[in-house]
Design a protein around this ligand. Sequence first.
Ligand SMILES: *[C@@H]1O[C@H](CO)[C@@H](O)[C@H](O)[C@H]1NC(C)=O
Length: 254
Amino acid sequence: MEEESHILVKPKVNSSDDDDDIEESTSTSTSQQPQSPTRRRTTAVIITLTILFVIIGAILAAGAYDTRANSSQPDDTRLSSIKATRSIKAVCAVTHDPPTCVTDLTTLDSTNLYDPELIFNLTLSRALTELVRISTLPKTLISKSTDLRAGSALRDCVSLFDDAVSQLSQAIEAMKSGEDGRILNEEKVGDLKTWISSAMSDQETCTDGLEEMGSSDLEEVKMKVKVSSEFMSDCLAVLDNLEKILNLFGKKLH
Ligand SMILES: *[C@@H]1O[C@H](CO)[C@@H](O)[C@H](O)[C@H]1NC(C)=O
């Protein structure tokens, strides 16, 4: 029992020694506390400030880079859009309705084209789109018509419109092939004029036929054909004035 109690006591002493140690170490650290946290706080503030400066610096640098990148990009875009607007205006000036032409072509010009030849291509696209849009009209009218004589004139119109579409498509096709950016030469301009004129006269032949047969659909067809014909005659006007327009931009027909 004695032994046991001794043993029991001994650890107690030991543990109390430990406690003393701890207390001592705590007290030593307590005695240092007034200095250490201040230093630690100062260090923390310095580190925080440094990090802040680095972050702010990075943000400012990125901002400056961004501003430069952003300001140069719109400048380029603005410049090419100004150039594109100039060519569109020059091309549209020879058409029957310049303001509408400018609006239409600006809508079609998604990539800021400023080569008058490419702008001409837009007038051609506009003409083909309109022609294709109205080209189903004769078929629609045939399905409604009870007038036999007018019906035969309408059937002529179906094939005339088919031909007109294929003429203009040929013109569009010719605008696709260009060696090293050159699309038009005098010969091609001549071909384009021929195809466009043929498409125009197809439409005229159609309305003439309807008139001859006294078709009640004449007015509707004439009205629709009018816009399409105007777009095509715009294309011809641009081709007729192409040399002059190109000269404005210091260019020549190849
Ligand atoms: C002309 O326009 C047509 C679309 O109508 C396009 O496929 C063709 O590539 C254009 N030509 C040029 C040279 O951009």
